[in-house]
Design a protein around this ligand. Structure first.
Ligand code: ZN
Length: 378
């Protein structure tokens, strides 16, 4: 195999300004390199998003690396050209340097170093992670399922580390759900409140009850679930009118002790009681952006932990903190963890990563592939 240089590939990818949903040729570069390494590649455009699935080998076990070539908009305040991929004082600068073009490059470089192995390696790369995440990983996974392809284990290369590549292994994530509450009363004159039905006290009581409730205490793998109100709206400018409607919104970040149904039922139950008590109507709508998941520590996580320790000298910390990622979709197909660069500068101006970190991550991925195929954690 031709050996791929991770830094050079990362630079080539960063030089393609693939701000979601634009691809700007980023996947072309990746696809060409993977073809050179012997991968069978498939371009899978869905809607306005381009995606790539590439697989080397046909046999089991099947190890998959998942990630995204799209990046968030540049924003303001850069001291370098965000798409020049300049290296200065040992740092690679550019949008996507941390999140997550360098990790994709590291993985490809790791594969290129691997001697022929039994089993398969694939890359599941979407151009829709930073956007709505509708035409990316979800559809790719459905497509794979339709073809009868089975992934045994997956590593997502998101920048989940804290200080150095591999110091943290994400073994799960909290779920996220957004609620909207609308309390409807009867509008009226402030001087005759008995002839109106003010929705504000009812909403205030519901807000207080929900906000004060402790959802859980957390457990071995998760912090306690949290509930945070983001808005309370009446929108009434008049000083002599009792409004007919009051609204509020909140978000719940929940661990594996809850699911969207249990949370929605709980909120509806509270709302119904308050509605009865105050004689108002209360409508609750919920939108789930991700359920929580946990890949319980076992053979797979142990293999990764041992491999990271053999390269960095330190076992990774197992974490479930942070926002959501595409791992929330992959978890329905196979055990999945997230292992990548440190994410301190992701989505910021002057996004950058130390070249030495790209080298370290490449070493980690290379050692992981060797260990995985030597003794698959099945
Ligand atoms: Zn990312």
């Amino acid at each position: 195999m031709v050996e791929i240089d991770a830094l050079a590939l990362a630079q080539a990818l960063i030089r393609r300004p693939s701000v979601t949903p634009q691809d700007a040729g980023a996947l072309d570069i990746l696809e060409a390199v993977l073809k050179e390494l012997g991968f069978m590649t498939h371009r899978l455009p869905f809607g306005d998003v381009d995606n790539l699935y590439a697989r080397l080998g046909n046999a089991a076990p099947h190890f998959c690396f998942a990630g995204h070539t799209d990046v968030v908009p540049v924003g303001e305040g850069w001291n370098t050209d965000p798409f020049a991929a300049e290296v200065r004082d040992g740092m690679l600068y550019g949008r996507g340097a941390a999140d997550m073009k360098s990790a994709i490059a590291a993985f490809v470089a790791a594969v290129s170093r691997l001697p022929a192995q039994k089993g398969s390696i694939s890359l599941l790369i979407t151009g829709d992670e930073e956007g709505a995440a509708v035409n990316g990983t979800v559809k790719l996974l459905e497509w794979l399922k339709g073809r009868g392809e089975k992934i045994d284990h997956c590593v997502v290369g998101e920048p989940t580390s804290v200080g150095h590549a591999g110091d943290t292994l994400k073994i799960g994530r909290r779920g996220s759900i957004n609620f909207r509450i609308t309390v409807t009363g009867v509008q009226g004159h402030v001087g005759y409140p008995q002839k109106a039905k003010n929705p504000i006290p009812a909403l205030a009581e519901l807000v207080t009850q929900l906000a004060q409730h402790k959802l859980d205490k957390g457990n071995d793998h998760f912090d306690p679930s949290t509930l945070a109100f983001t808005s309370v709206d009446v929108g009434n400018d008049a000083t002599n009118v009792i409004p007919g409607e009051a609204r509020a919104r909140f978000n719940v970040r929940f661990n594996d002790r809850h699911n969207p149904e249990s949370l929605t039922n709980w909120v509806r139950d509270r709302a119904d009681r308050i509605a009865q008590e105050w004689g108002c109507a209360i409508d609750v709508t919920a939108q789930t952006s991700g359920t929580s998941f946990l890949t319980p520590p076992g053979k797979f996580t142990q293999l990764i932990s041992d491999t990271v320790a053999s390269i960095t000298g330190q076992s990774p910390f197992f974490s479930t903190s942070g926002g959501t990622s595409d791992a929330r979709f992959i978890k329905d197909f196979c055990p999945v963890v997230e292992l990548g660069l440190a994410g301190a500068t992701m989505h910021k101006a002057d996004e950058c990563v130390a070249v030495s970190e790209i080298v370290a991550l490449t070493d980690i991925y290379a050692a992981l592939l060797v260990a995985y195929f030597a003794k698959p954690p099945l």
